[in-house]
Design a protein around this ligand. Structure first.
Ligand code: ADP
Length: 323
């Protein structure tokens, strides 16, 4: 019996978002805990799942604050290493007029990119039913090797491996390098989350059907889901595919919507595993139900600012999804 429902590995940082003008008209910033894999776990923990995080922070107040935040979410932090030499990663957010966010990192690589394979507790890599990873921690060594080795170990131990490539182009040395390493991630994944841009980046195809079909043929990825913002999502389950409509809401901040969406999908997959199902017994109807729940989770997350603070209650998600 596995001890955890979901374990995730990856980046963990504090981001500073402009929050109006401070003293003497200098910009003021609001500090928020960040990192996509941790956001996914925070949602799952909020909905009652047993989760654990693997990552690394510096021996500083920011690292202590990240540890506290994860603990307060109910996430097991025994896999959160502390660096003796590097600082906790800090990122400054630039908000474009259209709401798009870009980041400037302060002293990259920070502690999270210095996680080593030896620092990943075996019990966490092997003791979880779902193992989730992304690509941000694959942009640097040694966290790249640590991430891929942990995902491979989890897969070998029978976990359902989930992957969100989360392409942040500017973190990579070159796009060719990004493509090559993301493809290595794809070989390990059973369930894959993509944006439309990432599908084009990986396959050169703008058509959802042929793009995902190509990935399924090449990597055998059983479940591929492409998020479509307010329009919900598209999914491919083996040879079957379809679209699931989103829910209209008054969006104020889309930060964390993709992570909350994916947590919604993993929450559904965990329910399927609880009922004795496997990836192979998953039906198109199951995926439609899970995707509706995921769309509702993503939509509700856009209605409040921030990522973790905006995560919706389980009952609210169920209600919107019509469960
Ligand atoms: P990402 O690009 O991070 O994957 P998206 O912006 O596509 O994230 O959002 C993820 C999911 O959140 C979407 O698939 C959808 O279900 C929901 N969502 C996002 N934006 C909206 C919105 N404006 N209205 C309703 N649902 C939304």
């Amino acid at each position: 019996m596995k001890k955890w429902d979901a374990t995730a590995i990856g980046e963990v940082l504090i981001d500073f978002t402009p929050a109006g003008a401070g003293a003497q008209g200098n910009p003021a910033y609001e500090a928020n805990p960040g990192g996509a894999p941790a956001n996914v776990l925070a949602a799952l923990a909020k909905w009652g799942r047993k989760t654990a995080f693997i990552g690394k922070v510096g021996d500083d107040t920011f690292g202590a604050s990240l540890r506290r935040t994860l603990e307060n979410c109910g996430i097991d932090v025994r896999g959160l290493a502390v660096s003796g030499e590097a600082r906790t990663t800090l990122a400054f957010v630039h908000l474009a007029p259209d709401g798009d966010r870009s980041f400037t990192f302060y002293r990259q690589p920070g502690a999270d990119m210095l996680l080593t394979e030896a620092e990943v507790p075996a019990e966490l890599a092997e003791g979880s039913r779902v193992f989730h990873f992304g690509s941000v921690s694959m942009t640097h060594e040694p966290s790249r090797s640590a991430t891929l080795a942990a995902a491979a170990r989890a897969r070998e131990a029978g976990a359902l491996v989930s992957y969100d490539p989360n392409l942040r182009e500017r973190l990579w040395g070159s796009l060719d390098e990004a493509r090559e390493w993301i493809r290595r991630g794809l070989r390990l994944a059973h369930a894959l989350k993509l944006s439309e841009e990432e599908l084009v980046f990986l396959t050169g195809e703008t058509d959802l059907r042929s793009g995902t079909e190509r990935l399924f043929r090449e990597f055998g990825t059983r479940l591929i889901v492409v998020t479509l913002g307010p329009n919900g999502c598209y999914f491919r389950l083996g040879e079957a595919d379809g679209r699931v409509e989103g829910y209209p809401v008054k969006a104020v901040d889309t930060t964390g919507a993709g992570d909350s969406f994916w947590a919604g999908l993993l929450f559904g997959l965990l329910g399927h595993l609880d009922a004795g199902g496997t990836l192979d017994t998953l039906t198109e109807e199951d995926v439609r139900r899970m995707a509706a729940f995921a769309n509702a989770a993503g939509a509700l997350t856009t209605t409040a600012p921030g990522a973790i603070p905006a995560l919706p209650e389980l009952e609210k998600v169920r209600e919107l999804a019509g469960e």
